[in-house]
Design a protein around this ligand. Structure first.
Ligand code: NAP
Ligand code: ZN
Ligand code: ZN
Length: 347
Protein backbone atom coordinates (compact mmCIF):
# COMPACT_ATOMS: atom_id res chain seq x y z
CA UNK A 1 0.00 0.00 0.00
CA UNK A 2 1.34 3.43 -0.85
CA UNK A 3 1.54 6.20 1.73
CA UNK A 4 1.23 9.90 0.95
CA UNK A 5 4.01 12.06 2.34
CA UNK A 6 4.60 15.82 2.38
CA UNK A 7 6.81 17.25 -0.32
CA UNK A 8 7.63 20.40 -2.24
CA UNK A 9 6.91 20.09 -5.93
CA UNK A 10 6.93 22.17 -9.10
CA UNK A 11 3.37 21.58 -10.42
CA UNK A 12 4.51 22.45 -13.96
CA UNK A 13 7.67 23.54 -15.77
CA UNK A 14 8.84 26.97 -14.54
CA UNK A 15 6.09 27.14 -11.89
CA UNK A 16 7.22 27.97 -8.33
CA UNK A 17 7.57 24.99 -6.02
CA UNK A 18 4.78 24.53 -3.47
CA UNK A 19 3.83 22.16 -0.68
CA UNK A 20 1.95 19.04 -1.75
CA UNK A 21 1.86 15.31 -1.04
CA UNK A 22 3.29 12.47 -3.12
CA UNK A 23 2.91 8.69 -2.85
CA UNK A 24 5.68 6.46 -1.51
CA UNK A 25 5.49 2.76 -2.20
CA UNK A 26 5.08 0.22 0.60
CA UNK A 27 8.44 -0.96 2.01
CA UNK A 28 9.37 -3.96 -0.15
CA UNK A 29 11.56 -6.89 0.79
CA UNK A 30 14.82 -5.11 -0.12
CA UNK A 31 13.70 -1.56 0.67
CA UNK A 32 14.49 0.86 3.44
CA UNK A 33 12.14 3.63 4.54
CA UNK A 34 14.16 6.77 5.18
CA UNK A 35 13.03 9.75 7.22
CA UNK A 36 14.67 12.55 5.28
CA UNK A 37 16.45 15.08 7.49
CA UNK A 38 18.15 17.25 4.86
CA UNK A 39 18.07 17.68 1.09
CA UNK A 40 20.58 19.73 -0.90
CA UNK A 41 19.59 21.96 -3.81
CA UNK A 42 21.65 21.05 -6.89
CA UNK A 43 21.70 23.24 -9.97
CA UNK A 44 20.39 20.17 -11.83
CA UNK A 45 17.15 20.54 -9.82
CA UNK A 46 16.69 23.96 -11.39
CA UNK A 47 17.57 22.85 -14.93
CA UNK A 48 14.95 20.09 -14.66
CA UNK A 49 12.19 22.01 -12.85
CA UNK A 50 12.45 24.56 -15.67
CA UNK A 51 12.57 22.00 -18.51
CA UNK A 52 16.08 23.17 -19.38
CA UNK A 53 17.16 19.68 -20.49
CA UNK A 54 13.91 18.76 -22.22
CA UNK A 55 10.42 17.90 -21.14
CA UNK A 56 10.18 16.87 -17.47
CA UNK A 57 7.63 14.80 -15.55
CA UNK A 58 5.31 16.99 -13.46
CA UNK A 59 4.47 17.44 -10.69
CA UNK A 60 8.21 17.24 -10.01
CA UNK A 61 9.71 16.83 -6.54
CA UNK A 62 13.40 17.57 -7.10
CA UNK A 63 16.20 16.58 -4.73
CA UNK A 64 18.97 14.03 -5.17
CA UNK A 65 21.20 14.98 -2.28
CA UNK A 66 19.36 13.19 0.48
CA UNK A 67 20.52 12.57 4.05
CA UNK A 68 18.33 10.91 6.63
CA UNK A 69 17.74 8.08 9.04
CA UNK A 70 16.34 4.62 8.36
CA UNK A 71 13.04 4.07 10.17
CA UNK A 72 11.94 0.73 8.73
CA UNK A 73 13.52 -2.05 6.70
CA UNK A 74 12.09 -4.81 4.50
CA UNK A 75 12.38 -8.47 5.54
CA UNK A 76 15.26 -9.14 3.12
CA UNK A 77 17.39 -6.11 4.01
CA UNK A 78 20.83 -7.09 5.28
CA UNK A 79 22.91 -3.89 5.19
CA UNK A 80 20.81 -1.45 7.22
CA UNK A 81 18.71 -1.36 10.36
CA UNK A 82 16.40 1.25 11.84
CA UNK A 83 18.38 4.20 13.19
CA UNK A 84 21.16 4.04 10.57
CA UNK A 85 22.29 7.34 9.03
CA UNK A 86 22.00 7.03 5.29
CA UNK A 87 22.17 8.91 2.03
CA UNK A 88 20.58 8.66 -1.40
CA UNK A 89 22.03 10.33 -4.47
CA UNK A 90 21.00 10.79 -8.08
CA UNK A 91 19.62 7.34 -8.86
CA UNK A 92 17.56 4.73 -7.05
CA UNK A 93 17.80 1.77 -9.43
CA UNK A 94 19.46 0.43 -12.58
CA UNK A 95 19.32 -2.85 -14.53
CA UNK A 96 21.87 -4.54 -12.22
CA UNK A 97 22.98 -6.88 -15.04
CA UNK A 98 24.77 -4.91 -17.73
CA UNK A 99 28.56 -4.67 -17.90
CA UNK A 100 28.53 -1.26 -16.20
CA UNK A 101 26.15 -2.21 -13.38
CA UNK A 102 28.33 -5.24 -12.70
CA UNK A 103 31.40 -3.00 -12.45
CA UNK A 104 29.78 -0.58 -10.01
CA UNK A 105 29.29 2.02 -12.74
CA UNK A 106 25.50 2.01 -12.35
CA UNK A 107 25.33 5.63 -13.48
CA UNK A 108 26.29 4.43 -16.96
CA UNK A 109 23.81 1.50 -17.02
CA UNK A 110 23.05 0.53 -20.62
CA UNK A 111 19.32 0.38 -19.76
CA UNK A 112 19.53 3.81 -18.14
CA UNK A 113 19.69 4.41 -14.41
CA UNK A 114 16.42 5.30 -12.67
CA UNK A 115 16.73 8.91 -11.57
CA UNK A 116 15.77 9.74 -7.99
CA UNK A 117 13.20 12.10 -9.48
CA UNK A 118 11.92 13.15 -12.90
CA UNK A 119 12.07 9.51 -14.02
CA UNK A 120 9.85 6.45 -14.27
CA UNK A 121 10.81 3.49 -12.11
CA UNK A 122 10.99 -0.10 -13.38
CA UNK A 123 7.20 -0.37 -12.86
CA UNK A 124 6.51 2.79 -14.83
CA UNK A 125 5.67 4.89 -11.75
CA UNK A 126 7.13 8.41 -11.50
CA UNK A 127 9.93 8.88 -8.97
CA UNK A 128 9.87 11.77 -6.51
CA UNK A 129 13.02 13.20 -4.96
CA UNK A 130 14.35 14.51 -1.69
CA UNK A 131 12.35 17.71 -1.09
CA UNK A 132 10.11 15.49 0.98
CA UNK A 133 9.78 14.01 4.45
CA UNK A 134 10.27 10.33 3.56
CA UNK A 135 11.52 8.14 0.73
CA UNK A 136 11.52 4.37 0.10
CA UNK A 137 14.69 3.11 -1.61
CA UNK A 138 16.22 -0.28 -2.36
CA UNK A 139 19.06 -0.92 0.08
CA UNK A 140 21.46 -1.50 -2.83
CA UNK A 141 21.00 2.13 -3.88
CA UNK A 142 21.39 3.51 -0.36
CA UNK A 143 24.73 4.48 1.19
CA UNK A 144 25.89 4.87 4.77
CA UNK A 145 26.78 8.32 6.12
CA UNK A 146 29.73 7.98 8.51
CA UNK A 147 29.24 9.36 12.05
CA UNK A 148 32.04 11.88 11.51
CA UNK A 149 29.88 13.78 8.99
CA UNK A 150 26.96 15.94 10.13
CA UNK A 151 23.87 14.99 8.12
CA UNK A 152 23.22 18.52 6.84
CA UNK A 153 26.80 18.93 5.59
CA UNK A 154 26.77 15.39 4.19
CA UNK A 155 23.66 15.81 2.03
CA UNK A 156 25.44 17.75 -0.77
CA UNK A 157 28.12 15.08 -0.99
CA UNK A 158 25.54 12.70 -2.52
CA UNK A 159 25.69 14.65 -5.77
CA UNK A 160 28.17 17.55 -5.60
CA UNK A 161 30.73 15.47 -3.69
CA UNK A 162 30.64 12.35 -5.83
CA UNK A 163 30.46 14.30 -9.11
CA UNK A 164 33.87 15.80 -8.34
CA UNK A 165 35.38 12.85 -6.47
CA UNK A 166 34.81 10.46 -9.36
CA UNK A 167 36.72 12.38 -12.09
CA UNK A 168 39.40 13.57 -9.63
CA UNK A 169 40.02 9.95 -8.79
CA UNK A 170 39.67 8.64 -12.38
CA UNK A 171 42.13 11.23 -13.74
CA UNK A 172 44.42 10.68 -10.70
CA UNK A 173 44.49 14.08 -9.04
CA UNK A 174 47.13 13.90 -6.34
CA UNK A 175 50.62 15.02 -5.34
CA UNK A 176 52.52 16.58 -8.24
CA UNK A 177 49.33 17.24 -10.24
CA UNK A 178 48.21 20.73 -11.09
CA UNK A 179 44.41 20.79 -10.99
CA UNK A 180 42.01 23.64 -11.80
CA UNK A 181 38.35 23.81 -10.85
CA UNK A 182 36.22 26.13 -12.96
CA UNK A 183 33.24 27.67 -11.12
CA UNK A 184 33.09 27.93 -7.34
CA UNK A 185 29.53 26.82 -6.68
CA UNK A 186 28.10 23.67 -5.11
CA UNK A 187 30.14 21.23 -7.18
CA UNK A 188 33.20 23.45 -7.48
CA UNK A 189 33.67 24.04 -3.76
CA UNK A 190 33.61 20.28 -3.11
CA UNK A 191 36.08 19.86 -5.96
CA UNK A 192 38.49 22.25 -4.28
CA UNK A 193 38.18 20.49 -0.93
CA UNK A 194 38.58 16.99 -2.37
CA UNK A 195 41.41 17.84 -4.79
CA UNK A 196 43.29 19.54 -1.94
CA UNK A 197 42.75 16.53 0.35
CA UNK A 198 44.05 14.26 -2.44
CA UNK A 199 47.28 16.28 -2.39
CA UNK A 200 46.98 18.12 -5.72
CA UNK A 201 47.94 21.75 -6.28
CA UNK A 202 44.57 23.44 -6.71
CA UNK A 203 43.57 26.54 -8.66
CA UNK A 204 40.10 28.07 -8.77
CA UNK A 205 39.03 29.73 -12.00
CA UNK A 206 36.02 31.86 -11.10
CA UNK A 207 34.22 34.61 -12.97
CA UNK A 208 35.48 37.20 -10.46
CA UNK A 209 37.65 37.49 -7.35
CA UNK A 210 34.49 37.94 -5.21
CA UNK A 211 34.91 34.54 -3.51
CA UNK A 212 38.73 34.45 -3.47
CA UNK A 213 39.09 34.47 0.31
CA UNK A 214 36.66 31.55 0.62
CA UNK A 215 38.37 29.61 -2.15
CA UNK A 216 41.74 29.84 -0.44
CA UNK A 217 40.19 28.77 2.88
CA UNK A 218 38.57 25.77 1.18
CA UNK A 219 42.01 24.58 0.13
CA UNK A 220 42.87 26.32 -3.15
CA UNK A 221 46.49 27.33 -3.64
CA UNK A 222 45.68 29.90 -6.36
CA UNK A 223 42.61 31.83 -7.46
CA UNK A 224 42.07 33.69 -10.73
CA UNK A 225 39.25 35.67 -12.33
CA UNK A 226 38.28 34.40 -15.79
CA UNK A 227 36.80 37.84 -16.55
CA UNK A 228 40.41 39.07 -16.73
CA UNK A 229 41.90 38.13 -20.14
CA UNK A 230 45.40 38.21 -18.58
CA UNK A 231 44.44 35.08 -16.61
CA UNK A 232 44.38 33.05 -19.84
CA UNK A 233 47.76 34.43 -20.99
CA UNK A 234 49.38 33.81 -17.64
CA UNK A 235 48.07 30.25 -17.16
CA UNK A 236 48.60 28.89 -20.69
CA UNK A 237 49.96 25.31 -20.54
CA UNK A 238 49.71 25.07 -16.73
CA UNK A 239 47.31 22.28 -15.76
CA UNK A 240 47.29 18.49 -15.86
CA UNK A 241 43.56 18.44 -15.19
CA UNK A 242 40.80 21.03 -15.40
CA UNK A 243 37.30 20.23 -14.20
CA UNK A 244 34.55 22.55 -15.36
CA UNK A 245 31.49 22.73 -13.14
CA UNK A 246 29.96 25.65 -15.00
CA UNK A 247 26.22 25.47 -15.62
CA UNK A 248 26.32 27.68 -18.73
CA UNK A 249 28.11 27.20 -22.09
CA UNK A 250 31.81 28.11 -21.86
CA UNK A 251 34.52 28.84 -24.41
CA UNK A 252 36.20 25.44 -23.96
CA UNK A 253 38.89 26.34 -26.47
CA UNK A 254 40.20 28.97 -24.08
CA UNK A 255 40.33 26.46 -21.21
CA UNK A 256 41.95 23.71 -23.32
CA UNK A 257 44.78 26.18 -23.93
CA UNK A 258 45.48 26.12 -20.19
CA UNK A 259 46.32 22.40 -20.25
CA UNK A 260 49.78 20.88 -20.47
CA UNK A 261 50.43 18.39 -23.25
CA UNK A 262 48.39 15.24 -22.49
CA UNK A 263 46.23 17.20 -20.05
CA UNK A 264 42.50 16.63 -19.70
CA UNK A 265 39.59 19.03 -19.49
CA UNK A 266 36.74 17.17 -17.86
CA UNK A 267 33.35 18.78 -18.08
CA UNK A 268 30.76 18.00 -15.42
CA UNK A 269 28.58 21.10 -15.92
CA UNK A 270 25.36 20.41 -17.81
CA UNK A 271 24.48 23.58 -19.75
CA UNK A 272 21.17 23.72 -21.57
CA UNK A 273 22.74 24.83 -24.88
CA UNK A 274 25.44 23.20 -27.05
CA UNK A 275 28.90 24.68 -27.51
CA UNK A 276 31.08 24.93 -30.58
CA UNK A 277 34.75 24.12 -30.51
CA UNK A 278 37.69 24.52 -32.86
CA UNK A 279 39.19 21.01 -32.80
CA UNK A 280 42.72 22.33 -33.19
CA UNK A 281 42.45 23.02 -29.45
CA UNK A 282 42.68 19.26 -28.74
CA UNK A 283 44.99 18.28 -31.60
CA UNK A 284 47.88 20.45 -30.46
CA UNK A 285 49.17 18.98 -27.21
CA UNK A 286 47.28 15.65 -27.55
CA UNK A 287 44.63 16.92 -25.17
CA UNK A 288 41.55 15.17 -23.87
CA UNK A 289 38.12 16.74 -23.61
CA UNK A 290 35.95 14.44 -21.53
CA UNK A 291 32.82 14.34 -19.43
CA UNK A 292 31.84 12.57 -16.24
CA UNK A 293 28.54 11.86 -14.56
CA UNK A 294 28.15 11.47 -10.77
CA UNK A 295 29.57 8.10 -9.59
CA UNK A 296 28.50 4.53 -8.81
CA UNK A 297 27.15 3.31 -5.48
CA UNK A 298 30.42 1.77 -4.26
CA UNK A 299 32.37 4.84 -5.29
CA UNK A 300 29.82 7.08 -3.54
CA UNK A 301 30.42 5.11 -0.34
CA UNK A 302 34.18 5.41 -0.86
CA UNK A 303 33.77 9.19 -1.31
CA UNK A 304 31.71 9.51 1.89
CA UNK A 305 34.33 7.55 3.83
CA UNK A 306 37.10 9.71 2.32
CA UNK A 307 35.23 12.91 3.22
CA UNK A 308 34.63 11.64 6.77
CA UNK A 309 38.30 10.76 7.18
CA UNK A 310 39.38 14.21 5.97
CA UNK A 311 36.59 16.19 7.68
CA UNK A 312 35.13 17.37 4.37
CA UNK A 313 31.50 18.36 4.81
CA UNK A 314 29.92 20.83 2.40
CA UNK A 315 29.70 24.55 3.22
CA UNK A 316 25.97 25.01 3.50
CA UNK A 317 23.24 27.56 3.99
CA UNK A 318 20.37 25.81 5.74
CA UNK A 319 16.96 26.99 4.56
CA UNK A 320 13.28 26.26 5.15
CA UNK A 321 11.23 24.67 2.42
CA UNK A 322 9.32 27.92 1.85
CA UNK A 323 12.64 29.52 0.81
CA UNK A 324 13.31 27.07 -2.05
CA UNK A 325 12.11 29.39 -4.83
CA UNK A 326 14.22 32.26 -3.52
CA UNK A 327 17.21 29.89 -3.21
CA UNK A 328 16.78 28.89 -6.88
CA UNK A 329 17.10 32.53 -7.94
CA UNK A 330 20.22 32.93 -5.84
CA UNK A 331 21.81 29.80 -7.37
CA UNK A 332 21.06 31.16 -10.85
CA UNK A 333 22.79 34.41 -9.85
CA UNK A 334 25.90 32.46 -8.66
CA UNK A 335 25.02 33.76 -5.19
CA UNK A 336 25.37 30.57 -3.19
CA UNK A 337 27.97 29.84 -0.50
CA UNK A 338 28.13 27.04 -1.32
CA UNK A 339 25.09 24.79 -1.18
CA UNK A 340 21.54 25.46 -0.07
CA UNK A 341 20.26 22.62 2.08
CA UNK A 342 16.59 22.26 2.99
CA UNK A 343 15.72 21.35 6.57
CA UNK A 344 13.18 18.61 5.92
CA UNK A 345 11.47 19.38 9.23
CA UNK A 346 10.07 22.46 7.47
CA UNK A 347 8.44 20.40 4.70
P1 NAP B 1 26.18 26.14 -9.04
O1 NAP B 1 26.23 25.98 -7.56
O2 NAP B 1 25.26 27.13 -9.64
O3 NAP B 1 27.69 26.40 -9.54
C1 NAP B 1 28.02 26.69 -10.86
C2 NAP B 1 29.11 27.75 -10.86
O4 NAP B 1 29.48 28.00 -12.21
C3 NAP B 1 28.67 29.10 -10.34
O5 NAP B 1 28.77 29.21 -8.94
C4 NAP B 1 29.64 30.03 -11.02
O6 NAP B 1 30.88 30.02 -10.31
C5 NAP B 1 29.88 29.35 -12.35
N1 NAP B 1 29.08 29.97 -13.42
C6 NAP B 1 27.73 30.07 -13.47
N2 NAP B 1 27.35 30.69 -14.61
C7 NAP B 1 28.48 30.96 -15.28
C8 NAP B 1 28.75 31.57 -16.53
N3 NAP B 1 27.76 32.04 -17.31
N4 NAP B 1 30.04 31.67 -16.92
C9 NAP B 1 31.03 31.22 -16.16
N5 NAP B 1 30.83 30.63 -14.95
C10 NAP B 1 29.57 30.51 -14.53
O7 NAP B 1 25.78 24.76 -9.72
P2 NAP B 1 26.16 23.27 -9.31
O8 NAP B 1 25.05 22.70 -8.50
O9 NAP B 1 27.54 23.25 -8.79
O10 NAP B 1 26.08 22.54 -10.73
C11 NAP B 1 26.92 22.97 -11.80
C12 NAP B 1 26.52 22.30 -13.09
O11 NAP B 1 26.82 20.91 -13.00
C13 NAP B 1 25.03 22.37 -13.42
O12 NAP B 1 24.88 22.52 -14.82
C14 NAP B 1 24.51 21.01 -12.99
O13 NAP B 1 23.34 20.62 -13.66
C15 NAP B 1 25.68 20.14 -13.36
N6 NAP B 1 25.78 18.85 -12.65
C16 NAP B 1 26.33 17.82 -13.33
C17 NAP B 1 26.51 16.61 -12.69
C18 NAP B 1 27.18 15.48 -13.39
O14 NAP B 1 27.02 14.33 -12.96
N7 NAP B 1 27.94 15.73 -14.44
C19 NAP B 1 26.12 16.45 -11.36
C20 NAP B 1 25.57 17.54 -10.70
C21 NAP B 1 25.41 18.75 -11.35
P3 NAP B 1 31.76 31.37 -10.15
O15 NAP B 1 30.83 32.38 -9.56
O16 NAP B 1 32.85 30.94 -9.25
O17 NAP B 1 32.24 31.73 -11.51
ZN1 ZN C 1 22.98 17.07 -8.65
ZN1 ZN D 1 22.79 -1.78 -16.01
Amino acid sequence: MTTNVSAYAAPAANAPLERTTVPRRAVGEHDVLIEIKFAGICHSDIHQARDGWGEGIFPMVPGHEIAGVVTEVGAGVTRFTAGDRVGVGCFVDSCRECEYCRQGLEQYCTQGMTGTYNALDRNGEPTYGGYSTHIVVDENYTVRIPDALALDEAAPLLCAGITLYSPLSHWKAGPGKNVAVVGLGGLGHMGVKIAHALGAEVTVLSQSLRKQEDGLKLGADHYYATSDPKTFEKLAGTFDLIISTVSAPLDFGAYLALLKTDGALVNVGAPEEPISLNLFSVIGGRKTLAGSMIGGIAETQEMLDFCAEHGLGAEIELIRADQINEAYERVLASDVRYRFVIDAASI
